[in-house]
Write a protein that binds this ligand. Structure first.
Ligand SMILES: Cc1cc2nc3c(=O)[nH]c(=O)nc-3n(C[C@H](O)[C@H](O)[C@H](O)COP(=O)(O)OP(=O)(O)OC[C@H]3O[C@@H](n4cnc5c(N)ncnc54)[C@H](O)[C@@H]3O)c2cc1C
Length: 401
């Protein structure tokens, strides 16, 4: 058997991969990140609302100050404009953090630089081509620059943090489950001269969004059923503004008074879990778990799972527990931790027209600020879905309408 070049190889160096690599490097493991991209570079398809529980990870990792120093404004409150009235809420946050919407160029760079500072290596322009098997275990990977010389890196663990089309997942045969076809699409761009707090404005089978981000820009987006998203592809600008004017005329006027500073961006993706780990491999981030973007849970989930996975890997590689057993537990914890927000997101993603019960629910919320805050906390993943939507809690809220 050839010698191991590293303890862990992480494929993908963005929010899941760089976070995991940093945690492992800090624990003393020889960690290398490989990515086919060159950095710094953006992640243009994805909007980037990072809820309080995601920001709490950054705080715990000592990286929140770097995000704040980037000029990305904190969002302590969010508003949900229901036409007849607006709910303004502040998600409970035990860690006393706000939500943020950092450009991925900024956030991913902070995480990657922190991983490098912790001692991880980075190979850019490195396209992972296949994993290397030995005696039924993954023991490394092959890859290199696109069309260039291939090399083999060897390690007892290869982590796929290579996004939802993960080549690592394909190479190891990770099985998909709880699959849901793409239900929503979001179209967005960045505008100057459009001051905004975190604003949500529902339309009929729509959710419009404005959040401040880096460089004094505001991300303004429209989430809609995937068929409408695809129908608007041929005339994106006109489609975007007709949606905005129909459902959020006052936001439309603000956006018209500002200036678009970037391309039209966005996308629609299917939702799924994939088996989290197997002999010599594990998946983290979208590679193992992709959630419809409507609840903006992806990066928050990635941070939580980076921590779970790094702890499991440490248990295994330090010899405290068999590695395969620790990785199996990582998968169980990931699935249990995600399922409530996954199911809640799947319901939201249907973008069903409002019912009288929903009207009564919001009417009840209006009269109780603590409940409004907790409702925002469900999205921020600081209030458990099951607790907030328990029959008793729902009955209490609706009785107040
Ligand atoms: C339209 C849309 C909107 C979204 N909005 C939000 C939001 O508001 N908030 C939120 O939290 N989440 C959002 N998400 C989800 C979020 O983008 C993902 O959860 C997040 O990007 C996952 O990060 P990751 O590190 O797992 O993967 P990625 O960010 O996809 O990074 C994967 C990396 O792997 C590299 N890679 C891939 N294949 C290879 C290979 N073979 N060899 C080497 N490198 C490779 C890529 O170059 C890339 O750098 C949205 C997603 C979409 C599609």
């Amino acid at each position: 058997m050839s010698e191991m070049t590293h303890d862990v190889i992480v494929v993908g160096a963005r929010c899941a991969g760089a976070a995991t690599a940093r945690l492992l490097a800090r624990k003393g493991y020889r960690t290398v990140m490989v990515d086919r991209a060159s950095f710094p570079s953006d992640m243009p398809m994805s909007s980037h609302l990072l809820w309080q529980s995601g920001a709490a990870h950054l705080k715990r990792w000592g990286l929140l100050e770097r995000l704040q120093a980037s000029g990305c404004p904190p969002m302590f409150e969010g508003s949900l404009n229901l036409g007849a009235f607006t709910l303004v809420g502040c998600a409970p946050s035990p860690d006393r953090v706000a939500a943020y919407a950092p450009r991925r160029l900024v956030l991913d760079s902070i995480l990657r630089e922190a991983a490098l500072e912790a001692g991880a290596e980075l190979r850019q322009h490195f396209l992972m081509d296949d994993v290397v098997w030995e005696n039924g275990r993954v023991v490394g990977l092959r890859g290199g620059p696109h069309g260039g010389a291939q090399e083999t890196l060897r390690a007892p663990l290869v982590i796929g943090a290579d996004g939802r089309t993960s080549k690592v997942a394909k190479a190891v045969g990770a099985k998909a489950y709880n699959e849901i076809p793409a239900a929503t699409g979001i179209r967005f761009s960045y505008f100057s001269g459009v001051p905004a707090q975190m604003e949500f404005i529902p339309g009929l089978r729509r959710m419009l969004l404005a959040v401040p981000t880096n460089d004094a820009l505001t991300l303004v987006g429209v989430t809609m059923p995937v068929e409408d998203f695809l129908a608007g592809r041929d005339n994106v600008e006109q489609h975007f503004f007709s949606e905005l004017e129909q459902w959020a005329p006052s936001l439309a006027a603000r956006v018209r008074a500002g200036k678009r500073e970037d391309a039209w961006l966005g996308g629609a993706v299917e939702s799924f879990f994939r088996t989290a780990a197997g002999p010599g491999w594990a998946l983290v981030g979208d590679a193992g778990l992709t959630v419809d973007p409507i609840s903006a849970a992806g990066m928050t989930n990635a941070f939580r799972d980076a921590e779970l996975l790094a702890n499991a890997v440490d248990d295994g590689l330090s010899g405290r527990r068999p590695l395969d057993e620790a990785l199996r537990d990582y998968g169980v914890q990931r699935d249990a931790g995600t399922m409530p927000i996954y199911q809640f997101t799947a319901e939201m993603a249907q973008l069903l027209p409002p019912t009288p019960e929903i009207g009564q629910f919001f009417g009840g919320l209006k009269n109780n600020q603590a409940d409004v805050d907790k409702y925002f906390g469900v999205f921020a993943q600081t209030v458990p879905v099951a607790e907030f939507f328990s029959p008793d809690n729902m009955a209490r809220i609706m009785a107040a309408a």
